[in-house]
Design a protein around this ligand. Structure first.
Ligand code: AMP
Length: 278
């Protein structure tokens, strides 16, 4: 079956086949992390729709919307090679009417951790994801754990708005040296890349400890060692469902998350760990 490129709702309706549909939302510049999401979608659904849309709503005014990498032809090759059936690639004007009024609010959970540094970001993410859900009408959607707060908020939206869609979280794909794959990694110079390794190293150092204070201290030490070339926005140890900071007595799964700028590139990463195991 050849790959169908759908550029609008009419194309999408025509591309739809009988059976179950899985959606993999992306902003393009596809890499091995996206490939793993498509593969996981494929084994669970008859037809996989990959959306490729650089969503203006989720970028702040001083962020990298205009220079975000756009590699559409190479992305089509990736989708074809991984067995996707449809690529949905709408124009921004088709997604957002100039007189639009209504959007999704991510609530208080959208204003903490990553949301504290990117005001409005998660409202923009949830709004586009809800629109994609309505347009594609998937049975299942696959998101990466790499964007852990995004994944948690999408699960929250599905629960709070009664969306009939199963959400699958997929593990973070990394380079052999630990760097989490990201479309933004292509901005990194060799020197930047060496500095950027401190993120995953810090998370590993934290994950080797058991109690919250030790975890935070071990991770912070690695970030500090990287020096001023690594400009840390936050290091947070949070409840994976709410993204609120955990206290010393918390027991159960937690997310250790970090965001930092290396030169002009902002990177995020996280690991899931178990605190105070019995
Ligand atoms: P993006 O194109 O960056 O918006 O990401 C699209 C989807 O791919 C999101 O669900 C991300 O969480 C996921 N993703 C991005 N990087 C990775 C990675 N290294 N491993 C697994 N999933 C990823």
């Amino acid at each position: 079956m050849d790959l169908i490129v759908a550029r609008n709702r009419e194309d999408l309706v025509k591309a739809r086949r009988a059976g179950t549909v899985a959606l993999v939302p992306t902003m393009g510049a596809l890499h091995e992390g996206h490939r793993s999401l498509i593969r996981q979608a494929r084994v669970r659904a008859d037809q996989v729709v990959v959306s490729i849309f650089v969503n203006p709503l989720q970028f702040g005014p001083s962020e990298d919307f205009s220079r975000y990498p756009r590699t559409f032809d190479a992305d089509l090759d990736v989708c074809r090679a991984e067995g996707a059936g449809v690529v949905f690639h709408p124009a921004a004007e088709d997604m957002y009417a100039p007189d639009r009024q209504v959007a999704v609010s991510a609530g208080a959970m959208g204003g903490v951790v990553e949301g504290a540094f990117r005001p409005g970001h998660f409202d923009g993410v949830l709004t586009v994801v809800l629109k994609l859900f309505n347009l594609v009408q998937p049975d299942l959607a696959v998101f990466g754990q790499k964007d852990a707060q995004q994944l948690a908020l999408i699960r929250r939206m599905v629960a709070d708005l009664d969306l009939p869609i199963a959400i699958l979280g997929a593990p973070t794909v990394r380079e052999p040296d630990g760097l989490a794959l990201s479309s933004r990694n292509r901005y990194l110079s060799d020197d930047d890349r060496r500095v950027a390794l401190a993120l995953s190293r810090a998370l590993r150092a934290g994950a080797a400890r058991l109690a919250p204070a030790e975890i935070r201290a071990a991770a912070r030490e690695v970030l500090d060692e990287a020096g001023p070339a690594l400009d840390v926005d936050y290091l947070a140890l949070v409840d994976p469902a709410t993204f609120t900071e955990v206290n010393e007595t918390y027991a159960g799964p937690a997310v250790l998350a970090v965001a930092a700028r290396v030169g002009a590139t902002r990177l995020i990463d996280n690991v899931t760990l178990t605190l105070n195991p019995a």
